[in-house]
Ligand binder design. Structure first.
Ligand code: 5GP
Ligand code: MN
Length: 332
């Protein structure tokens, strides 16, 4: 790595935190890596990247990863979560590390509460200050980019191809394959270092994005039924009957959102899917440039400038959200 590299510069400015982090790793023999509920590529990628690094570099320690399983991501992108007995947490002093999770209540697996020490590694705008040690930077495109920086600055550590694969997946996921403005020279430099570990990109992208042919029926429905507001907000709505007819679950409703990401005049685009169990409309919002996370926050959500999520409670709130986005996009 070049001495003037973005990776080194970045690491230097955070070296006290990094030192403290690795001192904690040295100190604890039992370590659990957490991430947020309803994981995405960045959540599981940064989690598994950090987990494999610790597992491979500290073979004498007991390292686990936890969280609910995800049909969409497992096992094709990351392995399923192995059962970890309560005794792991109850009978030892455990160091908990939560990645990609801005709010304490969104940590998947409540057993972080049984841990002795909690570290937060995140790239979301700060919602909760919950870690005794916090390594947080909202400028980075992905939690995986931050984890990669920490590991690349840890001299003498081994980053295997498996570890690099997970971290690259995290970055590709949250940056929508390097499309967002959150991507910087640092993002690319980190990605170059990860690529050098031997990742095969065609394999990685196939594992991330390959879908069943039948999903084209959903795309067809979306293309037949989307709407665009006067000021350039494109959206589609999948109610419970439609989801049933198409044979998909509410959480898969957002899979077609990026259909709209490159059309003149479309500034913001959203998907809404009725979640009967949670009695909310699962909402994903994306934007070509206008920051949308503040509006998402008002509708029981949050996220990033160009990619946020929300959970309006009923159709009235869904329409209010669409109108608010439309008003916001006016003249911009
Ligand atoms: P998605 O639309 O893919 O579910 O979410 C897009 C981005 O917004 C992700 O980075 C996700 O973590 C974030 N996000 C989604 N829902 C919430 C939420 O309720 N609160 C916060 N803080 N972030 C969210
Ligand atoms: Mn993320």
């Amino acid at each position: 790595m070049r001495k003037d590299s973005e990776i080194e510069k970045y690491g230097k400015s955070r070296r006290l935190k990094y030192r403290k982090f690795f001192r904690l790793i040295e100190k604890y023999d039992y370590i659990a890596v957490f991430r947020h509920v309803k994981p995405d590529f960045d959540a599981v990628g940064s989690q598994m990247g950090l987990y494999t690094y610790l597992r491979d570099n500290y073979p004498n320690k007991h390292i686990v990863y936890v969280g609910e399983n995800s049909e969409d991501l497992m096992p094709q992108c990351v392995p399923e979560v192995k059962y970890v007995d309560d005794s792991f947490f109850k009978e030892h002093d455990v160091l908990a590390i939560a990645v990609d999770t801005s709010q304490k209540k969104r940590i998947s697996d409540e057993r972080y509460k049984l841990c002795k020490y909690l570290v937060k590694i995140d790239h979301h705008p700060e919602v909760d200050h919950y870690g005794r040690l916090q390594i947080v930077d909202e400028e980075l495109s992905a939690a995986g980019e931050l984890v990669a920086n920490i590991l690349l600055n840890h001299k003498g550590g081994l980053i295997t191809r498996e570890c690099a694969f997970y971290l690259y997946m995290a970055i590709a996921g949250d940056s929508n394959r390097f499309l967002y403005d959150s991507v910087t020279p640092h993002t690319f430099e980190v990605s170059i270092e990860l690529l050098k570990k031997g990742i095969v990109l065609s394999d990685l992208y196939r594992r991330m994005y390959e879908e069943d042919l039948s999903s084209l029926n959903v795309t067809r429905y979306v293309l037949d039924n989307f709407k665009v507001t006067p000021n350039g907000v494109a959206y589609y709505i999948l109610d419970k009957e439609t989801l049933n007819k198409l044979g998909i679950k509410a959480k898969q409703g957002k899979n077609n959102i990026n259909v709209f990401d490159h059309y003149k005049g479309i500034k913001i685009w959203c998907s809404f899917s009725e979640d009967v169990e949670e009695k909310v409309w699962r909402t994903s919002i994306r934007s070509a440039g206008l920051p949308i996370e503040k509006i998402a926050l008002k509708y029981n959500g949050g996220g990033h400038a160009q990619a946020s999520g929300a959970k309006p409670k009923n159709m009235k709130e869904v329409m209010e959200l669409i109108n608010e986005l439309d008003e916001y996009a006016k003249g911009k």
